[in-house]
Design a protein around this ligand. Structure first.
Ligand code: PMM
Length: 266
């Protein structure tokens, strides 16, 4: 794997209902304030999302999604920080790229919108996060059936990336993500985290999004998402030791500090 340190992708939810920050960053000004705070804390990438993907979440309209995220991207682009758009919609990805986004983070890995691969192929300077996904948030937990979760996630990601490349996406653009919590039960998330090395064999940089998710809360008995931060930090440390490309987190400073320590110990 790459010798560069693990990157911290800070989450900026511009939604009134995302589970971990309960809409605290919904307003435009609040989003900008949080973004500046993350920059001051040394964030590598800011991941801007307008649509909640939590289990059971309903979809918002494309117009609503554009209204939430594009002004934030436009405002942050001149600051020079790497920006990611968390969307499954090709039109939102296209508008976000035009507004200054550098990464498209697609939790559906191109499955939700058939036009996505065309948008990504037409913008070869853009990186594309292909997450493992089996269906819309509203029904995804019904799809959490596996004989061997690591083999199945690996082969489904392999198939997905092959298809995307046959549609013109460059291998160099692709980052893969096992999609913790997306059509996965806690046992599946843990099994994937225990087998990161097998996912890395696919040859793409790997992003891990465990931050404050329910499976961490279940382990330590933390109902409140804020009480899952230390558990999240432990995941960051483990992932940095394995050389993953990036971690997608709500907190920033502690994660940057922990990664610096891991680097020093190498
Ligand atoms: N998880 C969520 C949203 N977007 N993107 C990637 N690449 N990986 C993830 O695991 C992921 C994601 C859901 O969490 P949130 O509601 O806290 O943003």
């Amino acid at each position: 794997m790459s010798h560069e340190r693990t990157l911290v992708m800070g989450i900026l939810n511009v939604t009134p209902d995302s589970f971990a920050d309960g809409g605290r960053h919904f307003s435009f000004q609040q989003a900008l304030n949080r973004a500046q705070e993350m920059i001051d804390e040394g964030v590598d990438i800011i991941d801007i999302g307008g649509e909640s993907t939590r289990p059971g979440a309903l979809r918002i309209s494309e117009d609503e999604e554009l209204t939430r995220v594009i002004p934030v991207i436009t405002e942050l682009a001149p600051l020079g920080v790497t920006l990611s758009i968390d969307t499954t919609r090709a039109a939102v990805a296209r508008a976000a790229i035009a507004a200054g986004a550098h990464i498209v983070n697609d939790v559906s890995g191109g499955l939700a919108d058939k036009d996505m691969s065309r948008v990504i192929a037409a913008a070869p300077q853009i990186q594309y996060v292909v997450m493992h996904w089996r269906g819309e948030s509203a029904k995804m937990q019904e799809l959490a059936h596996y004989e061997d979760v690591v083999s199945e996630v690996k082969s489904e990601l392999d198939e997905r990336t092959e298809t995307l490349m046959s549609e013109g996406v460059q291998a160099e653009q692709i980052i893969i993500d096992p999609g913790l919590g997306f059509a996965k039960l806690p046992i599946h998330n843990w099994e994937l985290l225990r087998n990161i090395g097998r996912l890395q064999l696919l040859g793409f940089p790997l992003l891990i999004g465990a931050s404050r998710k329910r499976f961490l809360g279940d382990l330590i008995g933390a109902e409140r998402t804020d009480d899952r931060e230390a558990a999240t930090l432990a995941i960051t440390v483990a992932m940095a030791e394995l050389g993953v490309w990036g971690v997608r987190t709500h907190g920033v400073k502690a994660h940057r500090d922990a990664i610096a320590v891991i680097e020093e110990l190498r």
